[in-house]
Design a protein around this ligand. Structure first.
Ligand code: GDD
Ligand code: MG
Length: 367
């Protein structure tokens, strides 16, 4: 079965990480997000991937290539300008089979697509949307259903007074090619959520309620949550399996003199100095060094970053190739972009975001 993955959004809510890296390949537990997604798809008989790209497309191609490393052919479709979620589908039309999966490229999930497909066939649907329960549906597409699972209403980004169910669109669809015929010609900007699904109500649109793990990783808080859930095995992934086999500590090829507290992943070429602690719930990318006495917990530090001595990092995301001076404190949802250089004694907290390339002298910031 074929899978069309939408990976053309700008990922604005995950800036500054996505200022220099396309959201689809932002690493989660040291694996490009789409790689995790593809291994989930492969568990459900997907044997061909079409990636619909736009923003920073070359960056995606560089990381995933033809798919050889992942054992699955990947083809790319590049929109000249972003065409929206429906426009991207229409634009990929020539490559699509009679029936295929379509996925939002920014969700981390282990939804049972095989069961979704079985329901799709049993109901004779033309489109089946996976649904997931969330606490606050306002950031998602709200879906109401009839008892036979057919969709009675699809409301993208509902206002508070419209919310009467917690089931939302999980961004995983099974679509029949026939729905393309009802869409405007390729090249128009179309939202599948606002322009296509509402029109398909009563014409073969069904919802499949899933109880799998699911999270949209598109904000710093949810990116961290997704990372922790991989580390804790709350979502089924290959990385989680590997961690379990290694008693919660993956640190191959690392000069580990300090402590690694499970669950933790430290990438190849890393160095953790004596009296430093990394973990629990921390991921360090490749070639990250951590100085003496530093403590990194509930946090992600991407490839090639250098952490000085006596530093505290907690509930934060540090981008690649960042230099953090001695005694800095970075916490409470702070996000630091690629190549930032922080002098000693800076304090970042409460959702501070430093954009790529920023350089701060010693003690400049107490945010
Ligand atoms: N190729 C392409 N072109 N892809 C796009 C474009 C585009 O113009 N616009 C968005 N995408 C991709 C994004 O990269 C992302 O993977 C996916 O489409 C969804 O876009 P988001 O911008 O992340 O949408 P959202 O999170 O606000 O809402 C969507 O996802 C929710 C679940 O996470 C909707 O589908 C909601 O209904 C859904 O509940
Ligand atoms: Mg999203």
């Amino acid at each position: 079965m074929q899978a069309l993955i939408l990976a053309g959004g700008e990922g604005t809510r995950l800036r500054p990480i996505t200022s220099t890296m396309p959201k689809p390949v932002v690493p989660l537990a040291n694996r490009p997000h789409l790689e995790l997604m593809i291994s989930w798809l492969r568990r459900h008989e997907v044997d061909e991937v079409i990636l619909s790209c736009g923003f920073l497309a070359d960056g995606v191609r560089e990381v995933l290539g033809t798919g050889e490393r992942l054992g699955i052919p990947i083809r790319y479709v590049e929109e000249p300008v972003p065409l929206g979620t429906g426009g991207a589908l229409r634009f990929a039309g020539d490559l699509l089979a009679e029936r295929f999966f379509m996925l939002n490229g920014d969700v981390l999930t282990d939804i049972d697509l095989t069961a979704q497909l079985a329901q799709h066939d049993a109901t004779g649907a033309r489109a089946t949307i996976a649904l997931i329960g969330v606490d606050d549906p306002s950031a998602y597409g709200l879906v109401r259903r009839h008892p036979d699972h057919s969709v009675s209403e699809f409301l993208e980004k509902p206002s508070p007074d419209q919310i009467d169910t917690n089931l939302v669109n999980a961004g995983a669809y099974i679509l029949d090619r026939s729905i393309l015929e009802q869409m405007p010609a390729p090249g128009s900007n179309i939202s599948i959520e606002r322009d296509v699904f509402p029109k398909l109500v009563g014409q073969g649109l069904f919802g499949f309620a899933s109880d799998g793990y699911w999270i949209d990783i598109g904000t710093p808080g949810r990116y961290l949550q997704g990372t922790f859930d991989i580390l804790e095995g709350n979502v089924a992934t290959d990385v989680g399996d590997a961690l379990e086999g290694a008693r919660g500590v993956l640190a191959d090829g690392v000069a580990l003199e300090g402590r690694a507290v499970a669950p933790v992943i430290i990438g190849q070429g890393g160095a953790v100095a004596a009296s430093a602690t990394v973990g629990g719930r921390a991921v360090l990318g490749r070639n990250v060094s951590v100085g003496p006495g530093s403590h990194i917990e509930d946090a992600v530090v991407l490839d090639g970053s250098t952490v000085g001595s006596g530093v505290r990092i907690r509930s934060a995301i540090i981008g690649p190739s960042v230099t953090i001076g001695d005694q800095c404190v970075i916490e409470s949802g702070a996000v630091v972009g690629q190549g930032v250089k922080l002098g000693a004694g800076n304090v970042l907290s409460a959702g501070a975001r430093l954009f790529p390339g920023v350089e701060l002298p010693d003690g400049a910031l107490r945010f």
